[in-house]
Design a protein around this ligand. Structure first.
Ligand SMILES: NC(=O)c1ccc[n+]([C@@H]2O[C@H](COP(=O)([O-])OP(=O)(O)OC[C@H]3O[C@@H](n4cnc5c(N)ncnc54)[C@H](O)[C@@H]3O)[C@@H](O)[C@H]2O)c1
Length: 342
């Protein structure tokens, strides 16, 4: 296969990122775009030269001669599209998280494996230069096994109040907790077996957004390590970067401290505030998109075209969903919860 023909479902904020990268990749092209709000799909089609436009993904799967589908719909709206794409024999890149219910994760897993198609979830922090380097250093064995960790990944309030229209139907655990736990598992080269979690509520509910403000989770890993994970949607908007994003890992013979909030590479100040731009995620150099958000999407294309293993497996991604459901159960019941695995 020379060029992977990609069809994108979801012409929102992140769907545009997908369109840009496929059209820039020498071995891919965006051939179709679908959004239930057809005007949004038409807008991206015009901007990115995408020939086919749909408002119904079943219609798209019936008529479009694509090789793979990018599922870039809200967190809770991945499963039906993935099952339909698998039944149509299409490979797929699914935005994180894989799913937000056990039933959705299971039926996606079943449809993808039964139809023998390939699927990757876009956990792009594995391509983040900081975490990828940390993972390589830990895997070298020079620092001993990871024993404890702290991972903080939060969003400024603005993401919940203004950026996402659907956050009451998701949660900070799905939106950023999924990235956080995937990165922890990647660094620990392990999976958590049990969790104890707390949550706080009130700030978003007072603003009319019915979702949890923050979760604090403590995971016990199968090889004996432990990690604390903090995720919140109520970091004050004055925070210079949209994320507060920090990680600490203590190994038997060494430690790692990462501040990925912005890497403090570029501070931009106007009359009201200083903004620290995260140009490592996404930046444009002489018209070409760079950054680790693009590397993961590019990697999906490369792995399909060259028939290589993905750097994130479907099982790992399904297990993230199951672990986050255990976090919610623990926060709701005040009990330690054993984590189910696929
Ligand atoms: N990899 C990353 O770091 C990253 C960054 C941002 C968002 N995301 C993920 O990408 C996904 C989309 O996020 P977003 O910010 O682009 O959301 P968005 O709300 O901006 O866009 C989603 C689009 O999907 C469309 N849609 C919903 N259901 C549909 C359906 N059944 N058929 C066709 N279209 C449908 C909506 O009309 C909307 O235009 C989410 O899962 C989110 O977590 C990932």
């Amino acid at each position: 296969m020379d060029k992977l023909k990609m069809a994108i479902v979801g012409a929102g904020l992140w769907g545009g990122t997908h369109a840009e990268i496929y059209n820039q990749h020498p071995n891919a092209e965006a051939v179709a775009i679908c959004d239930m709000d057809k005007a949004k799909a038409e807008k991206y089609a015009a901007e990115h030269g995408i020939k086919e436009v749909y408002s119904d993904y079943n219609d798209m799967l019936k008529h479009c001669d694509c090789d793979a589908v990018a599922i870039v719909t809200p967190d809770f709206a991945h499963a039906d599209i993935a099952v339909a794409a698998a039944n149509a024999g299409k490979h797929m890149l699914i935005e994180k998280p894989l799913a937000t219910t056990r039933d959705d994760a299971m039926r996606m897993y079943e449809a993808i494996t039964k139809n023998n198609v390939r699927a990757m979830v876009d956990f792009h922090n594995r391509w983040n230069p900081v975490y990828n380097t940390m993972q390589q250093l830990i895997a070298s064995g020079n620092y001993g096994a990871p024993r404890s960790g702290h991972f903080r990944m939060t969003d400024n309030l603005w993401v919940a109040t203004d950026m996402l229209k659907w956050c009451a139907k998701s949660s900070i655990l799905w939106f950023l907790g999924s990235h956080s736990l995937d990165t922890l598992n990647f660094l620990f080269d392990d999976y958590p077996t049990e969790v104890f979690a707390y949550k706080t509520e009130g700030v978003l509910k007072k603003l009319g957004i019915d979702t949890t403000d923050s979760y604090m989770s403590m995971f016990k890993y199968s090889k004996g390590g432990m990690a604390q994970m903090e995720n919140s949607w109520v970091t004050p908007n004055g925070n210079p970067n949209v994320n507060d994003f920090k990680c600490y890992i203590l190994c038997e013979n060494g430690k790692f401290d990462a501040n990925c909030s912005s890497f403090d590479m570029l501070q931009v100040t106007d009359q009201t505030r200083m903004i620290s731009q995260d140009i490592s995620v996404k930046n444009n150099v002489f018209g070409e998109w760079k950054g680790f958000a693009f590397e993961s999407i590019r990697s999906f294309v490369d792995c399909i075209v060259n028939d290589k293993e993905f750097h994130v497996t479907l099982e790992e991604s399904a297990n993230i969903t199951l672990a986050l459901l255990a976090v919610m159960q623990s926060a709701d019941t005040g009990k330690i919860v054993q984590i189910e695995r696929i």
